[in-house]
Design a protein around this ligand. Sequence first.
Ligand SMILES: NC(=O)C1=CN([C@@H]2O[C@H](COP(=O)(O)OP(=O)(O)OC[C@H]3O[C@@H](n4cnc5c(N)ncnc54)[C@H](O)[C@@H]3O)[C@@H](O)[C@H]2O)C=CC1
Ligand SMILES: NCC(=O)COP(=O)(O)O
Length: 341
Amino acid sequence: MQMIQHPAPVNLVISSGEPAGIGPEVSVAAALSFLGEQPDAHVTLVGDPQVLQLPHIADAIAHRLTIDAVKLAAPSISGQLNPVNARYVLDMLDIAIDGCLEGRFDAMVTAPLQKSVINDAKLGADAIFTGHTEYLAKRCGVKHVVMMLCADLPQGFLGLNKAATLRVALVTIHLPLRAVASAITQELILETIQIVNQDLRHYFAIENPAIRIAGLNPHAGEGGYLGSEEIEIIAPAIEMARGMGIDVKGPYPGDTMFDAHSLGHVDAFIAMYHDQGLAPFKFVSFGDGVNVTLGLPIIRTSVDHGTALDIAGKGSADPGSMLEALRLAYQMAVNRKGLQP
Ligand SMILES: NC(=O)C1=CN([C@@H]2O[C@H](COP(=O)(O)OP(=O)(O)OC[C@H]3O[C@@H](n4cnc5c(N)ncnc54)[C@H](O)[C@@H]3O)[C@@H](O)[C@H]2O)C=CC1
Ligand SMILES: NCC(=O)COP(=O)(O)O
């Protein structure tokens, strides 16, 4: 008799983020919903049980949830940042990263942390802590990673005649605006296009991704009268990528690149800097978007929102983005393993 093998469960790990923010509460709520809908998933939730405040958990999912307890340095009060607990936040991240690198977890999902309090804690790092993305790149020994945000938009929204997915990737990430123009090089743009193209194929099962890329200046430089980066840097990088067989078009003016009609046939939009890409993204999707780090040897997804200190501990935080981050991490892990969901 032929035995049908049940695929191994997909193991996800959650770092529950800044303890004074909404990270712990959205992590618990989303993990329980996700385990309820996905019978072959296992979730390890990392954090201090005092902060996580787990409710009663139904037997049907309790055996697929593990708590990896990390102790806070000092009791946490919702809405009040305490640099003493910054090490705790990084320790949780390290547990998730190490577990993914060692193959104990298939993917990691991060709740929001507060960048400022990590810096206030002066943990001995020589560089400013700018976010998970850069921290993950460093910990994984990768020079270039790409931040990409994704959201499913329903039929009817923005006049869409069918549901579509908006994906927005960034060439530069957490940089002061005045540093952006000098950071943009042909090499950086070409590598960004290559990483987006490769990971959309690998993790998102898109065979030949169609990519649009923005210019830097108003009207994409207006033929050189409003800036020369499009002519000297961006267009040549696009040509190189096209020469490698990548379906990328641009540079488009940043203010008109995102149009609802293109959502059906563009798999990813690439913006030159944080707010060029994330302002339009959050305007249409805030609340259930997902932040993915591309170019890593591991899978990492995250929420599209911050620590929301103003509502932490009040029970009003929406776990929707965290749930979507779990769903996407699961799907990416399944696609990587070549398994059918
Ligand atoms: N993945 C991460 O770790 C991220 C961390 N951050 C960090 O978060 C901190 C605060 O950022 P802000 O710009 O103030 O943005 P924020 O997203 O924390 O808050 C903006 C507004 O949205 C509301 N909000 C956010 N998430 C919500 C949710 N799930 N349910 C209901 N309402 C929600 C907040 O109450 C607030 O009014 C910063 O330190 C930033 O670095 C920001 C984005 C992502
Ligand atoms: N705007 C997105 C953001 O700040 C999240 O950054 P990261 O912590 O995921 O690097």
